[in-house]
Write a protein that binds this ligand. Sequence first.
Ligand SMILES: Nc1ncnc2c1ncn2[C@@H]1O[C@H](COP(=O)(O)OP(=O)(O)OP(=O)(O)O)[C@@H](O)[C@H]1O
Ligand SMILES: [Mg+2]
Length: 502
Amino acid sequence: MMKDYILEMNHIKKAFADVLVLDDVSLKIKKGSVHALLGENGAGKSTLMKILMGIYKLDSGEILFKNQVFHNSSINIVLEKGISMIYQEINPLSNMKVAENIFLGREPKFKLGILNYKKMYADTQKLFDQLGITQLKPQEIMGNLTVAQMQLVEIVKAVSYHSELIIMDEPTSSLTENECRHLFKIINQLKHEGVSFIFISHKLEEIFEVSDEITILRDGQWIGNYSISELDKNSIIEMMVGRKVRQLYPKVSSLPGEVAIRVEDLSVSNLFQKISFEARYGEIVGFAGLVGAGRSEVMETVFGYRKKTDGKIFVCGKEVKIKSPADAVRQRVAFLTEDRKRTGLFLALSSLDNMFMPSLKKHCSGLFLKYKQMQREYAVFQRQFKIKTASFKQPTAKLSGGNQQKILVSRWLLTEPDIIILDEPTKGIDIGAKSDIYQCIASLAEKGKCIIMISSEMPEILGMSNRIYVMHEGRMTGELSRDKATQENILKMATGLEEELN
Ligand SMILES: Nc1ncnc2c1ncn2[C@@H]1O[C@H](COP(=O)(O)OP(=O)(O)OP(=O)(O)O)[C@@H](O)[C@H]1O
Ligand SMILES: [Mg+2]
Protein backbone atom coordinates (compact mmCIF):
# COMPACT_ATOMS: atom_id res chain seq x y z
CA MET A 1 0.00 0.00 0.00
CA MET A 2 1.23 3.48 -0.87
CA LYS A 3 1.88 5.63 2.13
CA ASP A 4 0.10 8.93 1.94
CA TYR A 5 2.02 10.66 4.70
CA ILE A 6 3.99 13.77 3.90
CA LEU A 7 5.72 13.62 7.27
CA GLU A 8 6.44 10.88 9.76
CA MET A 9 8.17 11.48 13.03
CA ASN A 10 8.71 8.11 14.68
CA HIS A 11 9.68 7.28 18.26
CA ILE A 12 11.22 10.66 18.97
CA LYS A 13 13.08 11.04 22.25
CA LYS A 14 14.57 14.23 23.59
CA ALA A 15 15.99 15.26 26.95
CA PHE A 16 17.28 18.65 28.11
CA ALA A 17 20.07 18.07 30.59
CA ASP A 18 18.59 15.12 32.46
CA VAL A 19 14.95 15.96 31.96
CA LEU A 20 13.15 13.83 29.41
CA VAL A 21 10.72 16.12 27.57
CA LEU A 22 9.76 13.83 24.69
CA ASP A 23 9.48 10.15 25.38
CA ASP A 24 8.80 8.01 22.33
CA VAL A 25 6.53 10.45 20.52
CA SER A 26 5.25 9.83 17.02
CA LEU A 27 3.45 12.11 14.61
CA LYS A 28 2.17 11.25 11.14
CA ILE A 29 0.83 13.94 8.85
CA LYS A 30 -1.34 13.16 5.84
CA LYS A 31 -0.82 15.16 2.69
CA GLY A 32 -3.20 18.08 2.30
CA SER A 33 -4.54 17.88 5.83
CA VAL A 34 -4.56 20.16 8.86
CA HIS A 35 -3.20 18.25 11.83
CA ALA A 36 -3.70 19.71 15.29
CA LEU A 37 -1.03 19.01 17.88
CA LEU A 38 -2.58 19.27 21.33
CA GLY A 39 -1.35 19.04 24.89
CA GLU A 40 -1.03 20.96 28.11
CA ASN A 41 1.62 23.61 28.72
CA GLY A 42 4.99 21.96 28.72
CA ALA A 43 3.70 18.79 27.03
CA GLY A 44 6.46 19.12 24.42
CA LYS A 45 4.62 20.48 21.37
CA SER A 46 6.99 23.33 20.52
CA THR A 47 10.02 21.14 21.26
CA LEU A 48 8.82 18.47 18.84
CA MET A 49 8.39 21.10 16.14
CA LYS A 50 11.78 22.63 16.82
CA ILE A 51 13.32 19.20 16.40
CA LEU A 52 11.64 18.95 13.02
CA MET A 53 13.02 22.36 12.04
CA GLY A 54 16.52 21.34 13.04
CA ILE A 55 16.72 23.82 15.92
CA TYR A 56 17.11 21.03 18.48
CA LYS A 57 18.80 17.70 17.80
CA LEU A 58 16.81 14.60 18.63
CA ASP A 59 18.32 11.96 20.92
CA SER A 60 16.74 9.06 19.08
CA GLY A 61 13.99 8.36 16.57
CA GLU A 62 13.57 9.04 12.87
CA ILE A 63 12.03 11.67 10.65
CA LEU A 64 10.71 10.87 7.18
CA PHE A 65 9.64 13.65 4.81
CA LYS A 66 7.96 12.48 1.64
CA ASN A 67 8.97 8.92 2.53
CA GLN A 68 12.65 9.76 2.74
CA VAL A 69 14.93 10.20 5.71
CA PHE A 70 14.92 13.90 6.46
CA HIS A 71 18.25 15.60 7.01
CA ASN A 72 17.60 18.86 8.79
CA SER A 73 21.09 20.14 9.39
CA SER A 74 20.09 23.82 9.15
CA ILE A 75 16.99 26.00 9.04
CA ASN A 76 17.72 27.07 5.48
CA ILE A 77 17.94 23.50 4.28
CA VAL A 78 14.63 22.72 5.99
CA LEU A 79 13.00 25.73 4.35
CA GLU A 80 14.35 24.78 0.96
CA LYS A 81 13.09 21.23 1.34
CA GLY A 82 9.61 22.61 1.87
CA ILE A 83 8.87 22.93 5.59
CA SER A 84 8.20 26.32 7.23
CA MET A 85 7.33 27.21 10.77
CA ILE A 86 5.57 30.21 12.23
CA TYR A 87 6.89 30.41 15.77
CA GLN A 88 5.01 30.86 19.01
CA GLU A 89 7.02 34.01 19.76
CA ILE A 90 7.52 36.00 16.56
CA ASN A 91 10.61 38.19 16.58
CA PRO A 92 10.07 40.99 14.12
CA LEU A 93 13.05 42.28 12.18
CA SER A 94 11.84 45.75 12.89
CA ASN A 95 13.60 48.00 10.39
CA MET A 96 13.22 45.70 7.46
CA LYS A 97 10.54 46.15 4.86
CA VAL A 98 7.95 43.41 4.43
CA ALA A 99 9.30 42.38 1.02
CA GLU A 100 12.90 42.31 2.29
CA ASN A 101 11.88 40.02 5.11
CA ILE A 102 10.11 37.63 2.76
CA PHE A 103 13.04 37.43 0.35
CA LEU A 104 15.77 37.59 2.98
CA GLY A 105 18.85 35.84 1.65
CA ARG A 106 17.33 35.27 -1.79
CA GLU A 107 16.71 38.85 -2.92
CA PRO A 108 16.31 39.29 -6.66
CA LYS A 109 19.39 41.03 -8.04
CA PHE A 110 20.59 42.75 -11.20
CA LYS A 111 23.64 41.39 -12.97
CA LEU A 112 26.05 43.53 -10.96
CA GLY A 113 24.68 42.25 -7.68
CA ILE A 114 22.56 45.30 -6.99
CA LEU A 115 19.22 44.53 -5.38
CA ASN A 116 16.26 44.68 -7.71
CA TYR A 117 13.71 46.27 -5.40
CA LYS A 118 11.16 46.74 -8.14
CA LYS A 119 11.03 43.00 -8.80
CA MET A 120 11.06 42.19 -5.08
CA TYR A 121 8.03 44.45 -4.45
CA ALA A 122 6.23 43.11 -7.50
CA ASP A 123 6.85 39.48 -6.53
CA THR A 124 5.63 40.19 -3.02
CA GLN A 125 2.50 41.88 -4.31
CA LYS A 126 1.88 38.88 -6.55
CA LEU A 127 1.96 36.60 -3.51
CA PHE A 128 -0.41 38.93 -1.64
CA ASP A 129 -2.86 38.83 -4.55
CA GLN A 130 -2.64 35.06 -4.72
CA LEU A 131 -3.63 34.79 -1.04
CA GLY A 132 -6.18 37.58 -1.09
CA ILE A 133 -4.17 39.75 1.28
CA THR A 134 -5.21 43.36 0.87
CA GLN A 135 -4.19 44.94 4.17
CA LEU A 136 -0.43 44.76 3.62
CA LYS A 137 2.01 46.68 1.46
CA PRO A 138 5.35 45.19 0.33
CA GLN A 139 7.09 48.45 1.29
CA GLU A 140 5.72 48.56 4.86
CA ILE A 141 8.24 48.45 7.73
CA MET A 142 7.98 45.22 9.75
CA GLY A 143 8.14 47.07 13.06
CA ASN A 144 4.86 48.88 12.28
CA LEU A 145 2.87 45.71 11.78
CA THR A 146 0.37 44.13 14.15
CA VAL A 147 0.92 40.54 15.28
CA ALA A 148 -1.69 39.36 12.78
CA GLN A 149 0.05 41.15 9.94
CA MET A 150 3.42 39.73 10.95
CA GLN A 151 1.90 36.27 10.84
CA LEU A 152 0.53 36.94 7.39
CA VAL A 153 4.05 37.92 6.31
CA GLU A 154 5.36 34.64 7.69
CA ILE A 155 2.69 32.72 5.80
CA VAL A 156 3.51 34.59 2.61
CA LYS A 157 7.14 33.70 3.20
CA ALA A 158 6.23 30.03 3.58
CA VAL A 159 4.25 30.15 0.34
CA SER A 160 7.15 31.86 -1.43
CA TYR A 161 9.33 28.91 -0.48
CA HIS A 162 6.66 26.62 -1.96
CA SER A 163 6.37 24.97 1.42
CA GLU A 164 4.50 21.71 1.41
CA LEU A 165 4.20 21.63 5.18
CA ILE A 166 3.56 24.69 7.32
CA ILE A 167 3.75 24.59 11.11
CA MET A 168 1.84 27.16 13.14
CA ASP A 169 2.61 27.31 16.84
CA GLU A 170 -0.31 29.09 18.54
CA PRO A 171 -0.93 31.45 15.63
CA THR A 172 -4.22 32.81 16.94
CA SER A 173 -3.35 33.66 20.53
CA SER A 174 -3.19 37.40 19.73
CA LEU A 175 -5.60 37.63 16.83
CA THR A 176 -9.06 39.19 16.64
CA GLU A 177 -12.10 37.22 15.44
CA ASN A 178 -11.81 38.65 11.95
CA GLU A 179 -8.10 38.03 11.74
CA CYS A 180 -8.69 34.40 12.75
CA ARG A 181 -11.34 34.06 10.05
CA HIS A 182 -8.88 35.39 7.49
CA LEU A 183 -6.14 33.04 8.67
CA PHE A 184 -8.47 30.02 8.46
CA LYS A 185 -9.52 31.05 4.97
CA ILE A 186 -5.92 31.11 3.83
CA ILE A 187 -5.23 27.77 5.51
CA ASN A 188 -8.19 26.23 3.71
CA GLN A 189 -7.15 27.68 0.38
CA LEU A 190 -3.61 26.34 0.70
CA LYS A 191 -4.90 23.01 1.95
CA HIS A 192 -6.89 22.58 -1.24
CA GLU A 193 -3.71 23.28 -3.15
CA GLY A 194 -2.17 20.30 -1.36
CA VAL A 195 -0.28 22.04 1.45
CA SER A 196 -0.31 20.28 4.85
CA PHE A 197 -0.42 22.02 8.21
CA ILE A 198 0.54 21.28 11.77
CA PHE A 199 -1.57 23.56 13.94
CA ILE A 200 -0.92 24.12 17.65
CA SER A 201 -3.55 25.88 19.73
CA HIS A 202 -5.16 25.87 23.16
CA LYS A 203 -8.48 27.07 21.75
CA LEU A 204 -10.53 23.96 21.26
CA GLU A 205 -13.31 25.69 19.31
CA GLU A 206 -10.92 26.51 16.50
CA ILE A 207 -9.40 23.04 16.55
CA PHE A 208 -12.81 21.70 15.54
CA GLU A 209 -13.09 24.40 12.93
CA VAL A 210 -9.82 23.94 11.06
CA SER A 211 -8.35 20.54 11.71
CA ASP A 212 -8.87 17.15 10.12
CA GLU A 213 -6.80 15.10 12.53
CA ILE A 214 -5.31 15.51 15.96
CA THR A 215 -2.43 14.10 17.93
CA ILE A 216 -2.45 14.49 21.68
CA LEU A 217 0.63 14.66 23.91
CA ARG A 218 0.72 14.62 27.66
CA ASP A 219 3.88 15.20 29.66
CA GLY A 220 6.13 14.34 26.74
CA GLN A 221 4.25 11.15 25.94
CA TRP A 222 2.18 10.21 22.94
CA ILE A 223 -1.45 9.73 23.96
CA GLY A 224 -3.18 9.19 20.65
CA ASN A 225 -3.88 10.10 17.06
CA TYR A 226 -7.48 10.57 15.92
CA SER A 227 -9.58 11.88 13.15
CA ILE A 228 -11.44 14.95 14.44
CA SER A 229 -14.83 13.37 13.76
CA GLU A 230 -14.11 10.62 16.29
CA LEU A 231 -13.85 13.02 19.22
CA ASP A 232 -15.79 15.63 21.12
CA LYS A 233 -14.49 18.46 23.26
CA ASN A 234 -14.73 16.62 26.55
CA SER A 235 -12.89 13.55 25.37
CA ILE A 236 -10.06 15.72 24.03
CA ILE A 237 -9.78 17.58 27.33
CA GLU A 238 -9.78 14.36 29.26
CA MET A 239 -6.96 12.95 27.17
CA MET A 240 -4.95 16.14 27.43
CA VAL A 241 -5.21 16.55 31.18
CA GLY A 242 -5.57 12.94 32.16
CA ARG A 243 -8.62 13.68 34.26
CA LYS A 244 -12.17 14.98 33.90
CA VAL A 245 -12.56 18.77 34.09
CA ARG A 246 -16.13 19.12 35.27
CA GLN A 247 -16.80 22.77 35.76
CA LEU A 248 -14.51 25.22 34.05
CA TYR A 249 -16.02 28.37 35.55
CA PRO A 250 -16.50 28.32 39.32
CA LYS A 251 -19.43 30.04 41.01
CA VAL A 252 -18.52 32.97 43.23
CA SER A 253 -20.93 32.96 46.14
CA SER A 254 -20.08 36.23 47.90
CA LEU A 255 -21.78 39.54 47.21
CA PRO A 256 -19.79 42.57 46.02
CA GLY A 257 -18.98 45.13 48.74
CA GLU A 258 -17.82 48.76 48.70
CA VAL A 259 -16.44 50.42 45.59
CA ALA A 260 -12.71 49.69 45.50
CA ILE A 261 -11.71 51.70 42.48
CA ARG A 262 -13.53 54.32 40.49
CA VAL A 263 -12.21 55.89 37.31
CA GLU A 264 -13.77 59.09 35.97
CA ASP A 265 -13.40 60.36 32.42
CA LEU A 266 -9.93 58.99 32.01
CA SER A 267 -8.33 59.97 28.71
CA VAL A 268 -5.02 59.66 26.95
CA SER A 269 -5.17 61.63 23.73
CA ASN A 270 -5.10 59.48 20.60
CA LEU A 271 -5.61 56.29 22.61
CA PHE A 272 -8.89 56.43 24.51
CA GLN A 273 -11.42 59.03 25.62
CA LYS A 274 -13.54 59.64 28.72
CA ILE A 275 -13.44 56.17 30.17
CA SER A 276 -15.42 55.80 33.39
CA PHE A 277 -15.95 52.64 35.39
CA GLU A 278 -15.99 51.28 38.88
CA ALA A 279 -15.25 47.95 40.50
CA ARG A 280 -16.14 46.70 43.97
CA TYR A 281 -14.42 44.53 46.50
CA GLY A 282 -15.42 40.94 45.98
CA GLU A 283 -16.43 41.62 42.41
CA ILE A 284 -15.03 40.32 39.13
CA VAL A 285 -15.43 42.97 36.46
CA GLY A 286 -14.80 41.90 32.89
CA PHE A 287 -13.56 44.17 30.10
CA ALA A 288 -14.65 42.86 26.73
CA GLY A 289 -13.81 44.17 23.30
CA LEU A 290 -11.82 43.33 20.26
CA VAL A 291 -8.04 43.30 20.32
CA GLY A 292 -7.04 46.95 19.89
CA ALA A 293 -10.11 48.44 21.57
CA GLY A 294 -7.88 50.24 24.07
CA ARG A 295 -8.57 48.14 27.15
CA SER A 296 -4.92 47.39 27.87
CA GLU A 297 -4.03 51.06 27.40
CA VAL A 298 -6.69 52.11 29.93
CA MET A 299 -5.33 49.68 32.52
CA GLU A 300 -1.74 50.66 31.79
CA THR A 301 -2.76 54.22 32.57
CA VAL A 302 -4.54 53.24 35.77
CA PHE A 303 -1.37 51.40 36.80
CA GLY A 304 0.91 54.33 36.01
CA TYR A 305 2.71 52.95 32.96
CA ARG A 306 1.16 55.72 30.85
CA LYS A 307 0.51 59.36 31.55
CA LYS A 308 -3.13 60.37 31.55
CA THR A 309 -4.11 63.56 29.77
CA ASP A 310 -7.35 63.88 31.69
CA GLY A 311 -9.52 62.19 34.30
CA LYS A 312 -9.49 61.05 37.91
CA ILE A 313 -8.85 57.83 39.76
CA PHE A 314 -10.32 57.05 43.19
CA VAL A 315 -9.25 54.18 45.41
CA CYS A 316 -11.53 53.49 48.39
CA GLY A 317 -13.35 56.73 47.66
CA LYS A 318 -10.23 58.92 47.86
CA GLU A 319 -8.68 60.50 44.81
CA VAL A 320 -5.17 59.15 44.20
CA LYS A 321 -2.32 60.30 42.01
CA ILE A 322 -0.73 57.37 40.25
CA LYS A 323 2.32 58.50 38.34
CA SER A 324 4.25 55.25 38.23
CA PRO A 325 3.68 51.55 38.84
CA ALA A 326 5.30 52.00 42.26
CA ASP A 327 2.50 54.44 43.19
CA ALA A 328 -0.03 51.86 42.06
CA VAL A 329 1.54 49.07 44.08
CA ARG A 330 1.43 51.39 47.11
CA GLN A 331 -2.33 51.66 46.56
CA ARG A 332 -2.32 47.85 46.60
CA VAL A 333 -3.03 47.54 42.92
CA ALA A 334 -1.45 44.73 40.93
CA PHE A 335 -1.32 44.42 37.16
CA LEU A 336 -0.65 41.31 35.14
CA THR A 337 0.37 42.58 31.72
CA GLU A 338 -0.54 40.90 28.51
CA ASP A 339 2.86 40.94 26.88
CA ARG A 340 4.89 38.65 29.07
CA LYS A 341 8.12 39.05 27.13
CA ARG A 342 8.20 42.82 26.86
CA THR A 343 6.81 44.02 30.15
CA GLY A 344 6.58 40.92 32.25
CA LEU A 345 9.31 38.40 32.67
CA PHE A 346 13.03 38.72 33.17
CA LEU A 347 13.90 35.85 30.88
CA ALA A 348 17.46 35.32 32.10
CA LEU A 349 16.39 35.01 35.73
CA SER A 350 15.09 31.89 37.38
CA SER A 351 11.42 31.22 37.90
CA LEU A 352 11.82 31.71 41.63
CA ASP A 353 13.47 35.13 41.19
CA ASN A 354 10.82 36.15 38.71
CA MET A 355 8.06 35.12 41.03
CA PHE A 356 9.37 37.02 44.06
CA MET A 357 10.64 40.11 42.24
CA PRO A 358 8.06 42.64 43.44
CA SER A 359 7.54 41.08 46.86
CA LEU A 360 11.17 40.80 47.93
CA LYS A 361 10.77 43.28 50.78
CA LYS A 362 8.33 40.98 52.45
CA HIS A 363 10.84 38.17 52.30
CA CYS A 364 13.74 39.99 53.91
CA SER A 365 14.80 39.76 57.46
CA GLY A 366 17.38 42.46 57.99
CA LEU A 367 19.72 42.17 55.06
CA PHE A 368 19.01 38.54 54.40
CA LEU A 369 16.49 36.95 52.14
CA LYS A 370 14.39 34.25 53.69
CA TYR A 371 15.32 31.86 50.94
CA LYS A 372 13.91 28.73 52.56
CA GLN A 373 10.56 30.41 53.04
CA MET A 374 10.59 31.62 49.45
CA GLN A 375 11.24 28.10 48.27
CA ARG A 376 8.36 26.85 50.36
CA GLU A 377 5.96 29.45 48.96
CA TYR A 378 7.25 28.75 45.48
CA ALA A 379 6.45 25.09 45.96
CA VAL A 380 2.87 25.96 46.92
CA PHE A 381 2.28 27.85 43.68
CA GLN A 382 4.11 25.25 41.67
CA ARG A 383 1.79 22.62 43.01
CA GLN A 384 -1.33 24.72 42.72
CA PHE A 385 -0.78 25.75 39.10
CA LYS A 386 1.25 22.68 38.12
CA ILE A 387 4.15 24.85 36.95
CA LYS A 388 6.46 22.66 34.95
CA THR A 389 10.14 23.47 35.41
CA ALA A 390 13.25 21.34 35.75
CA SER A 391 14.01 23.24 38.96
CA PHE A 392 13.21 26.63 40.51
CA LYS A 393 16.65 27.76 39.32
CA GLN A 394 15.89 27.22 35.64
CA PRO A 395 15.89 30.47 33.62
CA THR A 396 12.33 31.37 32.61
CA ALA A 397 13.47 31.64 28.97
CA LYS A 398 13.51 27.86 28.91
CA LEU A 399 9.96 27.39 30.16
CA SER A 400 7.11 26.69 27.81
CA GLY A 401 4.92 29.69 27.00
CA GLY A 402 2.07 28.69 29.25
CA ASN A 403 4.32 28.01 32.21
CA GLN A 404 5.84 31.48 31.90
CA GLN A 405 2.34 32.88 32.22
CA LYS A 406 1.72 30.86 35.38
CA ILE A 407 4.85 32.33 36.96
CA LEU A 408 3.54 35.84 36.30
CA VAL A 409 0.13 35.10 37.78
CA SER A 410 1.80 33.74 40.92
CA ARG A 411 4.06 36.77 41.13
CA TRP A 412 1.19 39.20 41.45
CA LEU A 413 -0.68 37.06 43.91
CA LEU A 414 2.40 37.18 46.13
CA THR A 415 2.26 40.98 46.44
CA GLU A 416 -1.05 40.53 48.27
CA PRO A 417 -2.89 43.24 46.41
CA ASP A 418 -6.50 44.37 47.00
CA ILE A 419 -7.19 45.38 43.43
CA ILE A 420 -5.97 42.98 40.80
CA ILE A 421 -5.96 43.86 37.13
CA LEU A 422 -5.50 40.89 34.84
CA ASP A 423 -4.88 41.46 31.15
CA GLU A 424 -5.65 38.27 29.21
CA PRO A 425 -4.71 36.09 32.19
CA THR A 426 -5.10 32.78 30.40
CA LYS A 427 -3.49 33.63 27.09
CA GLY A 428 -1.62 30.55 25.90
CA ILE A 429 -2.66 28.55 28.95
CA ASP A 430 -3.98 25.03 28.58
CA ILE A 431 -7.46 24.06 29.64
CA GLY A 432 -6.42 22.24 32.83
CA ALA A 433 -4.37 25.16 34.15
CA LYS A 434 -7.10 27.54 32.98
CA SER A 435 -9.56 25.89 35.30
CA ASP A 436 -6.97 26.19 38.13
CA ILE A 437 -6.51 29.89 37.43
CA TYR A 438 -10.27 30.48 37.32
CA GLN A 439 -10.60 28.74 40.69
CA CYS A 440 -7.90 30.97 42.04
CA ILE A 441 -9.51 34.18 40.67
CA ALA A 442 -12.86 33.16 42.11
CA SER A 443 -11.41 32.43 45.53
CA LEU A 444 -9.63 35.80 45.53
CA ALA A 445 -12.96 37.49 44.84
CA GLU A 446 -14.54 35.51 47.65
CA LYS A 447 -11.80 36.76 49.95
CA GLY A 448 -12.93 40.28 49.06
CA LYS A 449 -10.38 41.24 46.43
CA CYS A 450 -11.48 43.43 43.55
CA ILE A 451 -10.72 41.80 40.22
CA ILE A 452 -10.64 43.53 36.86
CA MET A 453 -10.17 41.14 34.00
CA ILE A 454 -9.53 42.01 30.37
CA SER A 455 -10.24 39.11 28.09
CA SER A 456 -10.86 38.64 24.41
CA GLU A 457 -12.22 35.18 24.98
CA MET A 458 -15.96 35.52 25.12
CA PRO A 459 -16.69 32.33 27.10
CA GLU A 460 -14.17 33.42 29.73
CA ILE A 461 -15.72 36.89 30.12
CA LEU A 462 -19.23 35.46 30.29
CA GLY A 463 -18.25 32.64 32.60
CA MET A 464 -16.32 34.68 35.15
CA SER A 465 -17.62 38.26 35.38
CA ASN A 466 -20.24 39.77 37.68
CA ARG A 467 -20.39 42.77 35.40
CA ILE A 468 -18.99 43.48 31.95
CA TYR A 469 -17.78 46.68 30.36
CA VAL A 470 -17.37 46.74 26.61
CA MET A 471 -15.00 48.99 24.70
CA HIS A 472 -14.69 49.84 21.05
CA GLU A 473 -11.98 51.99 19.46
CA GLY A 474 -11.00 53.81 22.61
CA ARG A 475 -14.51 54.43 23.86
CA MET A 476 -16.76 52.74 26.37
CA THR A 477 -19.72 51.34 24.44
CA GLY A 478 -21.50 49.26 27.02
CA GLU A 479 -22.01 48.01 30.53
CA LEU A 480 -23.88 44.80 31.20
CA SER A 481 -24.73 42.77 34.25
CA ARG A 482 -23.99 39.07 34.10
CA ASP A 483 -27.62 38.06 33.55
CA LYS A 484 -28.08 40.53 30.68
CA ALA A 485 -24.85 39.68 28.90
CA THR A 486 -24.84 37.41 25.89
CA GLN A 487 -22.27 36.70 23.25
CA GLU A 488 -24.40 38.62 20.72
CA ASN A 489 -24.93 41.85 22.62
CA ILE A 490 -21.30 42.01 23.69
CA LEU A 491 -20.16 41.53 20.14
CA LYS A 492 -22.50 44.25 18.89
CA MET A 493 -21.06 46.68 21.41
CA ALA A 494 -17.51 45.54 20.78
CA THR A 495 -17.86 46.26 17.09
CA GLY A 496 -19.54 49.60 17.73
CA LEU A 497 -22.91 48.57 16.30
CA GLU A 498 -24.79 49.21 19.50
CA GLU A 499 -24.28 51.16 22.70
CA GLU A 500 -25.81 50.72 26.12
CA LEU A 501 -24.42 52.86 28.87
CA ASN A 502 -25.92 53.53 32.27
N1 LIG B 1 15.89 24.90 25.67
C1 LIG B 1 15.39 24.23 26.69
N2 LIG B 1 16.14 23.85 27.76
C2 LIG B 1 15.60 23.16 28.78
N3 LIG B 1 14.31 22.79 28.86
C3 LIG B 1 13.51 23.13 27.84
C4 LIG B 1 13.99 23.88 26.71
N4 LIG B 1 12.96 24.07 25.85
C5 LIG B 1 11.88 23.49 26.43
N5 LIG B 1 12.20 22.92 27.61
C6 LIG B 1 11.28 22.17 28.50
O1 LIG B 1 10.63 21.18 27.73
C7 LIG B 1 9.27 21.01 28.13
C8 LIG B 1 8.38 21.13 26.91
O2 LIG B 1 8.33 22.48 26.50
P1 LIG B 1 7.57 22.96 25.20
O3 LIG B 1 7.91 24.38 24.99
O4 LIG B 1 7.83 22.02 24.09
O5 LIG B 1 6.04 22.83 25.66
P2 LIG B 1 4.71 23.18 24.86
O6 LIG B 1 3.93 21.91 24.74
O7 LIG B 1 5.02 23.90 23.61
O8 LIG B 1 3.94 24.11 25.90
P3 LIG B 1 3.07 25.50 25.71
O9 LIG B 1 1.68 25.06 25.42
O10 LIG B 1 3.12 26.11 27.06
O11 LIG B 1 3.71 26.31 24.65
C9 LIG B 1 9.01 22.06 29.19
O12 LIG B 1 9.05 21.43 30.44
C10 LIG B 1 10.15 23.05 29.03
O13 LIG B 1 10.49 23.61 30.27
MG1 LIG C 1 4.73 25.86 22.98
